[in-house]
Design a binder for this molecule. Sequence first.
Ligand code: ATP
Ligand code: MG
Length: 553
Amino acid sequence: MSEERSLNFIEEIIENDLNSGKYKTLVTRFPPEPNGYLHIGHAKAICLNFGLTQKYGGYTNLRFDDTNPVTEKTEYVDSQQADIRWLGFEWKHELYTSDYFDTLYDFAVKLIENGLAYVDHGNAEEIAALKGTPTEPGTDSPYRSRSVEENLALFSSMKAGELEDGACILRAKIDMSSPNMLMRDPIIYRIKHAAHHRTGNKWCIYPMYDFAHGQSDSIEEITHSICTLEYVSHRELYDWFIAQLGIFPSHQYEFARLNLTYTVMSKRKLLQLVNEGVVTGWDDPRMPTISGLRRRGYTPESIREFCERIGIAKRENLIELSLLEFCVREHLNKTANRVMAVLDPIKLVITNYPEGKEEILIGENNPEAEDKGGLREIPFSNELWIEREDFMEEPAKKWFRLAPGAMVRLKNAYIVKCEDFKKDADGNVTEIHCTYIPESKSGEDTSEIHVKGTIHWVSTKHAKTAEIRVYDRLFSVESPDSEEGDFKDYLHPDSVKVIKEAYIEPYLAGADLESRYQFIRKGYYCLDKDSTADHLVFNQTVGLKDAWAKAKK
Ligand code: ATP
Ligand code: MG
């Protein structure tokens, strides 16, 4: 489909830049802060940055934007790398903003030497008070006219650890009356006596995002630095630093971040859900993290397809979660093997099938796949589990499943006729008795009996027991971020339903964590990492119903 769609605005810019010879090689980067696990929003930025260099040549760097020593961890670096690779992308260089701390320090010294930066002793309130408002100019700080020598000496003692956190900061000297508030002498370095996950205790001053980001792009000779719309107003500052320092002219372009319904998408908020035990971890299958989606059964192909479909916009919008579900359903329909699992079991006894007899029936793994996904063996006997909902004592109109006297086909097996059923003292049906038509075996049916309904089943004697977890949305409102109060007030109370004892085909005992299945008539499922040899756990990825496509028609 990428062949058919028209160019997005970033592709247009890149084609122009490559055609005009402005840049010879396209270089992009994906710059996560290692302060949490990556989420589906990051997947969009990953697909965009890596996708562009796949399409136009050149390469993409992975740069960990690790300028904040307090929130960053090696665990996050590792998980972020694993997630990018799982999505199907490989970076050219693995880089860290912290690798540039020496160069960035030298850049700051150069600004000071050129009279373009100064050390300010004002505290946060004092600095804010002098900043002015968007309609009124700010006022020069009393420290703004310090001599170059004094600034150099002070910046050097900041670096040497001679000053406390917050004692002073380094600011760029730009324009206190700029209509862009970010240009009113922004802070570029602060003192923070904290160990860094890579540089340890070497530094006690750290560059601010704005000072680090553009310069890191420039050091790496990134041609197109793509970020989200919040950074539009930062672009002027980005360009100013590069111009004043006379370094490689990287350019920044902004696109709309991905927002999804029924989801929050900031690492900080996702961390709260983890820390407060609302979910079981970053990879909880209800989380919008890449590791959560993976554990839920999403495939890299489906996530890439989703990112392709939503495209690149210049305005914020809210994407339906059901579109993501549509993409995975579509991919799994083509690739997942079909199996039978009974989630709410009731026993069906075939009274004319010899007790003790066993038969191996053959099923196609995937009628949608070219080779039908191969064949599998399904054991059959006189006692089966079927879904409780497939039997109705007093059938409704157009009921094509089991009811007293009614006939139905057992998938891959025989046609059966319901003769009788048993109830317990409370009136619950406990057992259904049927007879089967021996000449109606699937594939070699000579019975000439036509039935409208087909139901799935598992032979009781051969069935394995499994726990099945069925998920719903994590939040009960479309946009938890824009509701009043705390986003956690809007958590969906029943976002996971656990079925302790479902019955599955013995074939599924060989499932591994990467396999995906369609439980016939139920949905798509995959094995969960909580499984052990004698306790299998499956996650529902998504149901079979295609609500999004229907709504579109
Ligand atoms: P978060 O608040 O979730 O931590 P962030 O933007 O602070 O998001 P970073 O680690 O700084 O997270 O992001 C790395 C890259 O991913 C950035 O280029 C950022 O623009 C992009 N990104 C983050 N969230 C989204 C999103 N929802 N949609 C598209 N791109 C995103
Ligand atoms: Mg960030």
